[in-house]
Design a protein around this ligand. Structure first.
Ligand SMILES: Cc1cc2nc3c(=O)[nH]c(=O)nc-3n(C[C@H](O)[C@H](O)[C@H](O)COP(=O)(O)OP(=O)(O)OC[C@H]3O[C@@H](n4cnc5c(N)ncnc54)[C@H](O)[C@@H]3O)c2cc1C
Length: 399
């Protein structure tokens, strides 16, 4: 224990954040900017490692939070290819679709932004439980270098990712149905031949049942290749076996050194995102886009809202519990309906057999390569009214 860390643990905080991923660091940045005294605790030795993520993100998702130029951007994508089970290909092009991040740098930079805003960050700090005083949550129990410390705080933000325990410790129901917990697995493959500005998605029961497989290029011969499989299927055949089958078939000469795996909660967000003086943000609150499994942008947005709400709640006086509920209200107002309909759409699409997916692809293939407007209309209509999917199929049959 060095002197600095010892003195950090002895202080009382306005906001203690558990977890230094995108949700936690952004919550730390914005609560500190609101004037709160903030401590962020991360159990890993450095923010951003190990990377358990495809690192794909849309421009809209990160714009305004971090510069779009910098070493945290590993690659820019201009087009995407969708492969149906019968291997027909739909190509979509646009000026810029998105980015592949280098999260080992991206997460660190988000942490630095939090520190610049005034937050303290301690890594290798594993939060083991919550502290209560007369039933009132007033801090966390931290293990640091094999010793335990009690650190006091007025507001706790659980940003501890998909395996979150903070919510459960405080009595929030965090269980996910098996079919909604996707099993994600990924390698960073080299010695492959790909186009560096094109990301690829593969669908079908042989490749990734109840999910999809992605190829996110980092260069002409390197890519994050991974897949997510619905929990309903991963029991019958592990996600790893699906990935190996694909690699042997598509990239037989590929090389990789590590394989990472993790759960992706693809369901509507938790029914309860706040309880007394506790907030949950990011994967801990199940705020992932249920249709795509993408959670980086959502984690950042939820982290910002949680951090700002916490800072404002302390300043505005009155009941802290009531003030913190604003976080949940605002989040549900802006994202709640999207998440519900995206979950319904995901369940509908995942229910498609390969014939139906091929049929859908035959319709979509007729959209001109660069006519995003048509695709946007389709996605918009289905997102707003998932039951319209059949109508959309009928509509596209007419092309
Ligand atoms: C294989 C895979 C591929 C993915 N690909 C993409 C993708 O391409 N694009 C995308 O947008 N999303 C992707 N995701 C999802 C994305 O990784 C998450 O949604 C995102 O990281 C959520 O951010 P977060 O801050 O909520 O949680 P995390 O990034 O998981 O951060 C949580 C942090 O909390 C720490 N922590 C946990 N418990 C404790 C504790 N008790 N004490 C202290 N610290 C603790 C963890 O060490 C971790 O650093 C993928 C997920 C997987 C599994």
């Amino acid at each position: 224990m060095n002197v600095r860390t010892d003195s950090i643990f002895k202080q009382n905080y306005d906001v203690i954040i558990v977890g230094g991923g995108p949700a936690g660091s952004t919550a730390a940045q914005f609560s500190a900017k609101s004037g709160a005294k903030v401590l962020l605790l991360e159990r890993d030795p450095v923010l951003g490692s190990p990377v358990r993520c495809g690192e794909g993100v849309s421009e809209r998702g990160i714009k305004g939070y971090i510069s779009l130029k910098g070493p945290w951007i590993a690659n820019k994508l201009n087009s995407l290819e969708l492969f149906s089970p019968d291997n027909s290909k739909i190509e979509l092009t646009a000026n810029l679709i998105g980015y592949i991040l280098d999260r080992s740098i991206f997460d660190k930079v988000l942490g630095e932004k939090a520190e610049i805003a005034g937050a303290s960050i301690v890594t290798k700090a594993d939060v083991k439980g919550l502290l209560k005083n007369n039933g009132h949550l007033d801090g966390v129990l931290v293990q640091y270098e094999e010793k335990e410390y009690e650190v006091r705080g007025k507001i706790i933000i659980g940003a501890d990712g998909v395996e979150s325990r903070v919510g459960r410790w405080h009595g929030i129901k965090t269980m996910t149905k098996m079919n909604n917990m996707e099993s994600g697995i990924q390698i960073n493959a080299t010695n492959i031949n790909i186009k560096r500005d094109v990301c690829q998605f593969y669908f079908g029961h042989e490749v990734a049942p109840g999910g999809y497989l992605w190829v996110f290029p980092k260069s002409d011969n390197q890519a994050n290749i991974g897949l997510a499989v619905s929990g309903n299927y991963s029991r019958q055949k592990p996600a790893k076996d699906y990935l190996m089958d694909f690699m042997n078939k598509r990239f037989p000469h590929a090389e990789w050194s590590t394989m990472v795996a993790g759960g992706i909660p693809c369901n509507p967000p938790l029914k309860q995102l706040t309880k007394s003086n506790l907030l949950l943000a990011g994967d801990a609150g199940h705020q992932v886009n249920p249709l795509t499994g993408a959670g980086i942008a959502n984690a950042i947005q939820a982290g910002r809202l949680a951090g700002e709400t916490a800072g404002n709640a302390l300043k505005s006086g009155g009941s802290l519990e009531q003030n913190l509920k604003i976080y949940e209200k605002k989040w549900r107002r802006s994202r709640g309906r999207f998440h519900k309909s995206a979950t319904r759409l995901k369940n509908a699409v995942h229910g498609f057999d390969d014939d139906k997916l091929n049929e859908l692809s035959r319709m979509l293939i007729k959209i001109p390569k660069n006519d995003w407007s048509m695709l946007r209309i389709f996605l918009f209509a289905v997102r707003k009214n998932p039951e319209l999917i059949i109508d959309c199929i009928k509509l596209f049959k007419k092309f």
